[in-house]
Structures are given as structure tokens and as C-alpha cells.
Ligand binder design. Structure first.
Ligand code: ZN
Length: 304
């Protein structure tokens, strides 16, 4: 199943489409376009219009001829700033990319040769890949002004009505690079923890920072945040906080005991014995506050 996802995105339009859960989107020859499955066909939406034209009628003729020529094209539709094309989904998975390409590539070439440009569906202003929006009739590109002017209907990620992509390929994070990212991210929080501790500020606050940075690091290197990412981020953060707290306390005791000939590593390794003097419950309270703040912060981030 994973193979299909990779094959699709790597073989369609020279690999310029990225998978976003239930749809694919990308830029090809300067045009923003996307592809989503629905009713046994792929709906390909291209943001395209002629800069000075009143409407998109001129591309209609081309589409009509194209449909006559390619039987896999099941329909087309144009708007002032948008062109839509539907292509039947081949039963054999390996045939899909070639069929889609042979339908879409001529259109892209036509748009390119005739100096069409890409823009917002309702005003034509320039857009980016981030301007994807799901509306009642599928995904489209809307500039931020037009997008905020309309009533939101659903998330960008989609509500899962078009489950085809979702079934074959939920966007998954890469655990190993994500882990490294989380580790580096949480280290920022760990250093801050030791610093806060030294300054007498509630060190637990740094736990929240560690969690945020770790989640950021995971997302950055692991591509996205999913359930697996949440677990890895939490574990890495918990470990880093534990380590930072232990170092901070060891250092505190080290500064007191240094004169008695104790090395930092001796204290670090046998901290529990040393804590017996200074009250170990304070040590664990610091840790606990840190963990509680971390978990609170993780759930807040998750809900967003
Ligand atoms: Zn607009």
C-alpha cells in the first residue's frame, strides 16, 4: 500500500505533487494544482487564468478536444480563475500514474505555452501551496483575504470523506530522524532547566519549553506529528528533564561539598545518598512540577 503512495507522488507530474492526507498538491511548471479522489475518479484542480481575460472560456475548447482524444478524461469544468479535470481511476495501481499524466500533462503544457498564470480561485491574486482550502466542492486555492472572507467549512486536512488516499497512505512521520529532532529540541529545555534552577525560577517552566522544542524538533526532522511522534516526544522530554534536574541538583550539592573532596561525577552517580541530607522530596517535587507542566503543555499543543 505504501508503494502505491510513493509511486503515485513520485510518478505523477515528475514528482511535483506532495501527499497531504486525503489530497495531493504541488506546483508544476509554475501552476498550483491538486488532485483528490472522489466517486471513482481523480479530480484535478489547477489554479489557472489568463491575466487580462474576462473568463476562462478559451481553455474550454482545448479541454473539449482533449477529452475527445483521451477517453480516461471523464469531465472538465472551468471557472474564471480555475480549471478542473476528472480522470478515471485505473483498476491496476501501476497504470494510474501514466493515465493521469497523459491527461494532465497536455493541459499543463497548453496553460504554460499560452501564458496562463496561477492565482486565487475567487480573485486571481497570487497564491502559494499553503493557500489550499477545502470547500464544499473539493479543494481549491484561495488567497488569505478570500479565505478569511468565507465561512470555514472544514479543516485543510479534510474530514476524511475522500478516504482513498487516507486508506492507502496516512501521512506518517519518520521516527528515527524525528527522535533526533526531539532530542535536540528538548536539550534546549534541559539547558534552560538547569539555568532556571540556578536562578531560583520554577524550573518546571523549562519542562514546558522542553516539550514545545522537542515537538518542534520532531516535526522538523520527522516530517509531521502523529501519535507515534507524540509518544517519542514525551519520552524524550521526560528523559531530558530527568537528566537536567539531576545535573542541576548534583551541581548544587557539588558546590557545597567540593571542599570535602567530592567530585561532580561522584555526586551525580550517587545523588540519592546525597539527597538524604538536603531533603529528597524537594528534588522529586521539582521533577514532578516539571512533568505536570510538560504534560499540560503537550495536551494544549495537541488540541490545536
Ligand atoms: Zn483571493
Amino acid at each position: 500500500m505504501k508503494l502505491l503512495q510513493q509511486e503515485l507522488s513520485s510518478k505523477i507530474l515528475a514528482g511535483s505533487l506532495q501527499l497531504y492526507g486525503d489530497h495531493m498538491a504541488g506546483e508544476y511548471q509554475g501552476f498550483y494544482l491538486m488532485m483528490e479522489p472522489g466517486n471513482g475518479q481523480y479530480i484535478i484542480t489547477v489554479a489557472a487564468h489568463l491575466p487580462e481575460a474576462e473568463n476562462n472560456d478559451s481553455v474550454k475548447e482545448f479541454l473539449r478536444d482533449l477529452q475527445r482524444e483521451k477517453e480516461q478524461i471523464t469531465g472538465y469544468q472551468t471557472e474564471k480563475y480555475m480549471v478542473k479535470l476528472s480522470v478515471q481511476i485505473e483498476k491496476k495501481e501501476k497504470d494510474i500514474p501514466a493515465v493521469v499524466n497523459s491527461a494532465v500533462e497536455p493541459l499543463m503544457a497548453y496553460l504554460s505555452v499560452n501564458h496562463y498564470i496561477s492565482g486565487c480561485r475567487s480573485c486571481g491574486k497570487p497564491v502559494t501551496l499553503a493557500n489550499r482550502h477545502k470547500v464544499s466542492d473539493g479543494y481549491c486555492f484561495l488567497c488569505s483575504e478570500c479565505a478569511s472572507a468565507r465561512v470555514p467549512e472544514a479543516d485543510l486536512q479534510g474530514s476524511g470523506q475522500n478516504t482513498f488516499f487516507t486508506e492507502i497512505s496516512q501521512e506518517k512521520s519518520s521516527a528515527a530522524p524525528g527522535f533526533v529532532g526531539a532530542l535536540f529540541g528538548s536539550l534546549v529545555g534541559g539547558v534552560l532547566w538547569a539555568l532556571f534552577f540556578k536562578l531560583g525560577i520554577i524550573a518546571g517552566l523549562a519542562g514546558a519549553v522542553a516539550a514545545i522544542c522537542a515537538a518542534w524538533g520532531y516535526k522538523k526532522l520527522g516530517k509531521c506529528m502523529d501519535r507515534k511522534g507524540m509518544v517519542i516526544t514525551l519520552l524524550v522530554t521526560a528523559f531530558t528533564i530527568y537528566l537536567a534536574n539531576r545535573i542541576a541538583w548534583s551541581w548544587e550539592i557539588y558546590e557545597l561539598m567540593q571542599e570535602n573532596g567530592f567530585g561532580f561525577m561522584d555526586i551525580f552517580a550517587e545523588l540519592d545518598d546525597f539527597l538524604a541530607f538536603s531533603g529528597s522530596w524537594q528534588y522529586y517535587r521539582t521533577l514532578l512540577v516539571g512533568y505536570v507542566l510538560t504534560v499540560l503543555c503537550m495536551f494544549r499543543t495537541k488540541r490545536r
